[in-house]
Unconditional design. Structure first.
Length: 471
């Protein structure tokens, strides 16, 4: 509910005003009152009310003086003047100074309720949700969430009914656009911008001339229920540079001749040079734009699974996001070269003996993970840092901890995320950043998979409502 504060030097007038209106029915609550302008000036900055009802004439500081002092202090409440018939001319003067309205004594409930409804409409139009709340709305997908998203677009200057496009940028700072748009941070240096189609097309043309990379556009859409899908689409287009496909993606239709299902098992477990030849055959498909980063991620993980020896924890070598893929490899050509190296290495059938007891190298590796889990850690980076084969690390985790490398790292991160959600008010997209997940939606899904509830639900269940703190 919105908060109301009453200022009058007569306590009976305060009680009368409180009793004259069904505040709750109008969406308001009386959060406090003061019996002088000086007292109100001291208390109101702490209460932060949305509406202040103030008597126009009071001993000492008058109502108009109070309003000026509060304005100078940065209080952006709506001000209502309370006056008698004798002060009617003064009340009219106050209206010219930015006061929202005035009500005469004795109080008229219908008159005050009408003002409250107008104030509520104005407050709701300008009261923008936090980025985390808007991301939750996108993820929830309910009819109520879609209605709220439309309202957020309206607040951002985008009228209902327009055809929209979504722009997504990766590895870039937040862009300051002149066009009306709804910008949201969804990960580390990763943003989305919802814009009218005409503005997005003009922006895309400019960026194409600048040979931009890390920027992608979705197809046009009109229904906010399509936001989740358009985010995924624009993200694929933003990573066009990884697959060496130079055209600024998303301006037209994506040329992808094969479905993802058709690429789920592109590398059979074959002997000799056949598997390597299959990898080489994939590169022209990426270069021509017939495959994109989705296929690259599937190709990598499927190849790792196919090439791994029986009994090996292949999942520790998997990559789980586009960010991990582009962090590890400069482009798809480098990825294919590395997969060919992995194939040859696995075929050597090297044996890695595990000695009884936890060895010093594994202890040092474990200590490093415990201290730096929020950083960009992978089994490959640990292999390089400690000069130990990735297969050996995988086996050690299974033997010593009875879990995979990935399970252990995920456990550290989710445990820390849960602590932050319980103890702080840090936005959820920033919590994801702090524990090592650069993508809000990936973090949210993983958190729910691990704990059984979404980050938002977890925080709600483990923190006290801030509205109760002042009671």
């Amino acid at each position: 509910m919105y908060k109301v504060f009453i200022v009058d030097d007569e306590e009976l007038v305060v009680k009368s005003l409180k009793a004259s209106v069904n505040w709750a029915a109008c969406g308001f609550e009386v959060a406090g009152y003061a019996l002088s302008g000086e007292e109100a000036l001291a208390v109101i900055p702490q209460v932060r009310p949305h509406v202040v009802f103030s008597d126009i004439r009071m001993p000492g500081m008058s109502g108009l003086e109070l309003i000026k002092h509060l304005g100078d202090a940065g209080i952006s409440a709506k001000f209502m003047i309370v006056s008698g018939l004798a002060e009617f001319a003064l009340a009219q003067k106050a209206m010219k100074q930015g006061v929202f309205g005035y009500c005469l004594k004795p109080f008229d409930e219908e008159e005050i309720s009408a003002y409250l409804n107008k104030i509520k409409q104005e407050l709701s139009r300008h009261e923008q949700l936090s980025e985390g709340d808007i991301l939750d709305l996108i993820e929830s997908g309910t009819a109520e969430a879609h209605h709220s998203l439309k309202e957020e677009l309206l607040k951002a200057g985008i009228p209902h009914g327009l055809t929209l496009k979504l722009m997504l940028t990766v590895r870039k700072e937040r862009m300051q656009l002149k066009a009306p748009c709804l910008p949201l941070k969804i990960g580390y240096r990763k943003f989305i911008y919802v814009l009218p189609e005409s503005e997005a097309n003009a922006l895309a043309s400019t960026m194409e001339l600048q040979l931009s990379r890390g920027i992608g556009f979705s197809s046009p859409f009109t229904d906010v229920s399509a936001l989740s899908q358009t985010i995924q689409q624009a993200e694929v287009h933003a990573y066009h540079y990884f697959t060496l496909y130079s055209r600024l993606m998303g301006k037209g239709d994506t040329k992808t001749s094969a479905s993802l299902e058709g690429n789920a098992k592109v590398i059979p477990a074959e002997e000799g040079n056949v598997a390597l030849a299959r990898l080489d055959a994939m590169l022209p498909l990426f270069l021509s734009g017939q495959r994109d980063i989705r296929h690259a991620l599937l190709l990598f993980n499927d190849s790792v699974s196919q090439f791994s020896r029986p009994g090996k924890e292949a999942s520790d070598l998997f990559l789980y996001s586009y960010e991990q893929l582009v962090e590890r490899f400069d482009d798809v050509h480098a990825m294919i070269v590395d997969l060919k190296r992995l194939y040859k290495e696995e075929k050597c059938d090297q044996a890695y003996s595990i000695h009884a007891g936890r060895n010093p190298t594994f202890k040092a590796l474990l200590n490093h993970m415990n201290e730096h889990y929020c950083q960009n850690i992978s089994i490959q980076s640990m292999s390089t840092m400690f000069n130990v084969n990735a297969n050996y690390i995988s086996q050690m985790f299974r033997k010593e901890l009875d879990k995979t490398f990935t399970e252990y790292l995920t456990g550290l991160r989710i445990e820390r995320a849960a602590a932050l959600l319980r103890a702080t008010v840090v936005p959820i997209n920033e919590v994801a950043d702090q524990v090592g997940y650069p993508d809000y939606f990936y973090f949210s899904k993983l958190f729910k998979k691990t704990t059984g509830v979404s980050p938002t639900s977890y925080r709600s269940a483990h923190t006290q409502s801030p509205h109760l703190s002042g009671l």
